[in-house]
Write a protein that binds this ligand. Structure first.
Ligand code: NAD
Length: 492
């Protein structure tokens, strides 16, 4: 078999290992999963297929590490120093990690670099924040001192998707470790290699064995066993709404909390006074980033009727110039993650075309892109009927839906008319309108005259409705990854 001209026999596939209690290990069954490069459709590495028994070992290691003096005696500032050291090591290994992330996920190389730099920034941010978390004093009586303190949950289970392995791992691990938790992370079977590498760097950065464990494997095996493990104290899940419901049931079964970061169908509202030359390139770039496989991609664009023709012309030109190619070539977009995702995205487009929805513009696939890779073209459709799956469902591919509107009320109604509520964009220079609309949108984040798909280490992030609950990123995450205790002292 060949990968970019290199012949790899099955024995030559690089073997990655899980990390349990500070030791690199295979799964107890000895079985492995082949990692496929989406750019070529060919395997290039293997990971252990961890079982429920391995989950038990990892959770026990995390539980033991929680009580070990090596971890529990560290001050918040000392935990912060280690997070800073980890950020430094990620930066030193930037080239290697960016190449690995791009190869594993298929994203263009420059986006791989962006993800590694953002991951380092998460560890820096939470390294600095670790010793800034304070409690309150509460004036209940003159002869009592009442106060609140924040304590770690204990063992946190983190289940990570394949689209931004490094960033999502870093935002969870940065905040959870800053608060003194220990972690068992189950990254996705489709892309997880940067997470394994970074966890090994964390040992070098001075995190004691068992504080950060990585279990590779399948969602329905290792992921399910982890989410139901009774020794886990808190779960954070990022992924699809269906699996999110299962995770919430598992958390309920064990009476523990969870945060769910699920999907989105985020609207971008372009009002009649918007600067199209500023808005449309941002809208296009944020949609095509990571091949449209971004939970916060603004995949539904509501365009004021008066700008419809101009917006169509400009987006048609923009989408026609978008080229999909292998990660190494750093085109506008890479391949999708796997064959089933490619089939799924293409099925949405075929259905839209069968239903008579106009395809307004379409990009191309680079002629030298390997035919076995999972490539699809960037596409823009419109007008898309509001109730059509293309306007309601998360396609998770490079597909933009345009919907016209006439009034502010209609725009708000359309923007809120899906099951999701993750991010929204508002494009207008009328500050009163921008504020009114931002307040009326049911969404975890609203951007005005800009859009931050996936961005913003400092910005609390999370959804409402089917997009999930709980907040990660920024200082808010430190609250999610800790529990508030009230202490009352009588000094009468
Ligand atoms: P997915 O739900 O299939 O998988 C996510 C993770 O869950 C993977 O690690 C997988 O192995 C694991 N998993 C699968 N089945 C499981 C089970 N039964 N029990 C426990 N774990 C299980 O999602 P995906 O296809 O990997 O990711 C795409 C979805 O994630 C999209 O809906 C996207 O919008 C969402 N997402 C959300 C955010 C966010 O922050 N809101 C970020 C990225 C992706």
């Amino acid at each position: 078999m060949t990968e970019f001209g290199t012949t790899l026999s099955s024995r030559e596939l690089k073997k990655y290992r899980a990390l349990i209690n500070g030791l690199q290990c295979d799964g107890s069954s000895g079985e492995t999963i082949e990692m496929i490069c989406p750019s070529t459709g060919l395997p290039f590495a293997t990971i252990p297929r961890c079982s429920a028994a391995d989950v038990g070992r990892a959770v026990s290691a995390a539980r033991a590490a929680l009580g070990s003096s090596e971890w529990s005696s560290l001050s918040a500032g000392q935990r912060g120093e280690r997070l800073h050291r980890l950020a430094e090591l990620i930066t030193q290994n930037r080239d290697r990690l960016a190449e690995l992330e791009a190869r594993d996920t298929g994203k263009p190389l420059s986006q791989g670099y962006g993800d590694i730099d953002t991951a380092a920034q998460y560890f820096r941010f939470y390294g600095g924040a670790a010793d800034k978390v304070t409690g309150d004093t509460l004036p209940i009586a003159t002869d009592h001192l009442a106060m609140t303190v924040r304590e770690p949950h204990g063992v946190v289970a983190s289940i990570v998707p394949w689209n931004y392995p490094m960033q999502i791992f870093a935002r969870v691990a940065g905040a959870a470790l800053a608060m003194g938790n220990t972690l068992v992370v189950k990254p996705a079977e489709d892309a997880c290699l940067s997470v394994i590498e970074t966890a090994n760097l964390a040992l070098e950065a001075g995190f004691p064995p068992g504080v950060l464990n990585i279990l590779t494997g399948l969602g329905e095996e290792a992921g399910a066993a982890l989410s139901f493990n009774p020794e886990v104290d808190f779960i954070t899940f990022t992924g699809s709404p269906d699996v999110g419901s299962m995770i919430q049931s598992a958390a309920a079964r064990n009476h523990i909390g969870c945060t769910l970061e699920l999907g989105g169908k985020s609207p971008q509202i372009v009002f009649e006074d918007a600067n199209l030359d500023k808005a449309l390139p941002v809208i296009q770039d944020c949609l095509l980033m990571n091949g449209g496989q971004t939970c916060s991609a603004g995949s539904r664009v509501l365009v004021h009727q008066s700008l419809w023709d101009e917006a169509i012309d400009k987006l048609r030109t923009g989408f026609r110039s978008a080229v999909a190619g292998p990660y190494k070539d750093d085109r506008d977009l890479g391949p999708l993650i796997n064959a089933s995702q490619l089939r799924r995205v293409n099925a949405f487009c075929e259905q839209a075309e069968a239903d008579g929805i106009p395809l307004l513009g379409e990009g191309t696939i680079a002629p030298d892109a390997p035919v076995e890779g999972y490539y699809t073209t960037a596409k823009v459709y419109g007008p898309v009927p509001v109730e059509h799956p293309l306007a309601q469902d998360e396609v998770f591919g490079p597909v933009l839906s345009l919907i016209p509107f006439r009034t502010e009320e209609e725009a708000i109604h359309l923007a809120n008319a899906t099951a999701y509520g993750l991010v929204a964009g508002v494009w207008t220079h009328d500050i009163s309108r921008a504020t009114r609309v931002a307040k009326a949108l049911r969404s975890g984040q609203v951007f005005v005259n800009t859009y931050g798909a996936g961005g913003g280490v400092e910005l609390p992030f999370g959804g409402v409705k089917k997009s999930g609950h709980g907040r990660e990123k920024g200082f808010e995450a430190l609250k999610e990854f800790s529990v508030l205790k009230t202490i009352v002292v009588s000094h009468a």
